[in-house]
Design a protein around this ligand. Structure first.
Ligand code: RRO
Length: 302
């Protein structure tokens, strides 16, 4: 009932793990897969190991989390070993792997993409981290840089390539236009929303990086509007992410135009099995409404 095909890849269901701290190791990916996800997106990996920002890197706020992890990762070579250690188990469970990668320019993106290509089913280009100077949104807020990175990666890999977009722009459609023109196979929206929390007793921002990216329930309407606008303007699959905790949230994203969704903060609030729970809730809704999954994608536009 929930099987989908995106860019020729078959997924057992449309509820994926979003890139983030739950995807830092092979064993974490396996635990998420056991929780029923249709795919796991890795933590964003770069060419070299990166320790990330100093603590505190994450704080719970009303409606979600504010994080500035700072792209911590062991580098693509070591991360590939993590994927290799669980790839067979994930395959047995029918769970796809999407490799999230970052770099400072098209050359670095290409190098990482080439290295990881044969270990993953698709690549997600992280051009949207809200607080990584020179990386992430530095690229994703600039249409020309976004085009160059996406076109370069598309040139060197054969598997589907998705671009993850930042909401921290005045016009997400402009950036999406650039990456679609560059040939990406799908769009992922949204990365976290830039924000800050100040400890009034300490009289300074809580995060060591001062500002970070907001995830969780609070950003769902921002994500829904982004997916809506992308669906209105482009003919490529869209993967919705931002504040999805329940089947109802996932259906809302799908009616806005998402073919699949990703869950990050929801793992904290509903446990590892959040993926199975969301799938069950989607199934109940489809049965009640006598609809198919395909029929609800973009339904609110008709
Ligand atoms: O590692 C992070 O701090 C991070 C990344 Br790469 C991202 O894409 N989005 C985010 O909120 N944090």
């Amino acid at each position: 009932m929930l099987e989908i095909d995106i860019c020729g890849i078959k997924f057992k269901n449309p509820v994926f793990l979003a890139s983030g701290i739950m995807g830092e190791t092979g064993s974490a990916l396996k635990r998420i897969a056991k929780g029923g996800s249709g795919a796991v997106v890795t933590k964003s990996v770069g060419l070299y190991p990166n320790p990330g920002h100093k603590n505190p890197t994450i704080v719970e706020v009303y409606g979600g989390f504010l994080n500035a992890m700072g792209l911590p990762n062991p580098g693509v070579d070591e991360y590939i070993e993590e994927i290799k250690s669980v790839k067979k188990d994930l395959e047995k469970m029918g769970v796809r792997v999407i490799g999230s990668i970052y770099g400072k320019d098209e050359k670095e993106f290409m190098d990482v993409a080439k290295k990881i290509e044969s270990f993953v089913d698709a690549i997600e280009l992280n051009i949207s981290c809200p607080h990584a100077k020179g990386y992430g949104a530095t690229i994703g807020q600039n249409p020309e840089m976004s085009y160059n990175v996406c076109a370069a990666v598309k040139d060197v890999v054969k598997i589907p390539v998705f671009a993850k977009l930042t909401p921290n722009v005045s016009d997400i459609v402009e950036i999406a236009g650039a990456v679609v023109e560059a040939g990406v196979d799908g769009l992922v929206a949204i990365n976290t929303v830039r924000g800050m929390v100040i400890d009034i007793k300490a009289k300074k921002p809580i995060l060591s990086n001062k500002f970070g990216g907001l995830s969780g329930k609070a950003i769902k309407p921002v994500g829904i509007k982004a997916v809506w606008d992308l669906y209105e303007n482009f003919d490529v699959p869209i993967i919705g992410v931002g504040g999805i905790m329940s089947g109802e949230d996932a259906i809302e994203y799908m009616m806005a135009g998402a073919s699949a969704v990703q869950v990050g903060s929801g793992v904290y609030y509903r446990g590892y099995n959040v993926f199975k729970k969301i799938c069950d809730e989607i199934c109940s809704f489809l049965k009640e409404e006598n609809l198919t999954l395909k029929e609800i994608v973009g339904l609110a536009h008709r």
